[in-house]
Write a protein that binds this ligand. Structure first.
Ligand code: ADP
Length: 260
């Protein structure tokens, strides 16, 4: 379970998040959606201890994010950040092996190697395992970073825009992987997703932020509603039911303020 209580984040006098509070129970896929700058990444980074909140607290798997020993937290929570500035000339398999560090402390056991191999296979990366990161396409590199978080083998997975740089086929396969992680392995997945249709198709729950606040929280069926989506994105958005799949049409992007 993940909890966050009265969390805020400010830079100088500018508050960019909160106060927000919430609970994400064990299991399932929760997507954070909302316009650019709504505070989605900020909230995810705070849950993953990559960013300190200005006020408030968070727990993951019963551990206080602010005070838990780093290694304990890394055994229960893996996080994919949006901008991975790894300049080291690193091979894919070595990057993925970093995910085992909280377990192995740097000396890989056969079990660690198994996890690395499985993560590479999951992400369709076996042919590239000996490549250096700078010899990969953006999508392959993105998959390598996801493989690292999968190899970490934690109960909680936080993913910030895991579909960045992925083509349609790899985006769909990434989302199926996320579903399997929740359904078959019982993991609790929280991810920032740009595309509301992807969020609706693959999530159990959608939490929508706008201007640093949670403005909607519910099942995809509850969120995929023109009024709710209009409130969240400030756009006129039509929702269509295509054989049971709710699809939002927003490509014309007409701001609500322009609609009489
Ligand atoms: P989202 O993920 O929803 O696009 P973010 O959480 O990345 O939004 O950002 C929320 C707001 O915080 C944005 O307005 C952004 O400009 C601001 N912000 C993020 N990092 C900093 C920083 N280091 N200094 C000042 N403002 C920041």
């Amino acid at each position: 379970m993940i909890t966050f209580t009265d969390v805020t984040k400010s830079y100088g006098a500018t508050r960019v998040l909160g106060p927000v509070s919430g609970t994400i129970p064990d299991g399932g896929v929760t997507s954070l959606v909302g316009p650019n700058g709504a505070g989605k990444s900020t909230l995810l980074m705070i849950l993953g201890r990559l960013l300190d909140p200005t006020t408030g607290s968070a727990t993951v798997g019963g551990l206080d994010v602010a005070t838990a020993p780093r290694r304990d937290l890394a055994r229960t929570l893996a996080i994919l950040r949006q901008d991975n500035h790894l300049t080291a000339r690193l091979r894919v398999e070595d990057l993925v092996a970093f995910g085992r560090f909280p377990h192995s402390g740097g000396r890989l056991t056969p079990e660690d190697t198994d996890h690395v191999d499985r993560a590479l296979e999951f992400l369709d990366l076996l042919p590239y395992r000996r490549r250096f990161l700078d010899q990969l396409s953006g999508g392959q590199r993105q998959r390598a970073f996801v493989a690292m978080t999968i190899a970490q083998d934690t109960d909680h997975l936080l993913l910030d825009e895991p579909l960045n740089n992925l083509d349609m086929a790899h985006a769909a396969s990434m989302m199926r992987l996320v579903r399997r992680a929740a359904d078959e392995l019982g993991k609790t997945v929280v991810m920032v997703v740009h595309d509301i249709n992807v969020a609706a198709a693959y999530s159990d729950r959608i939490v929508a932020l706008r201007d640093g606040r949670i403005v909607a929280d519910g099942t995809p069926a509850q969120i995929m509603d023109p009024t709710v989506l209009g409130d969240v994105f400030g756009l006129r958005i039509a929702v269509h039911d295509l054989d049971g799949d709710l699809v939002a049409l927003h490509h014309t992007g007409v701001p609500l303020s322009a609609v009489s």
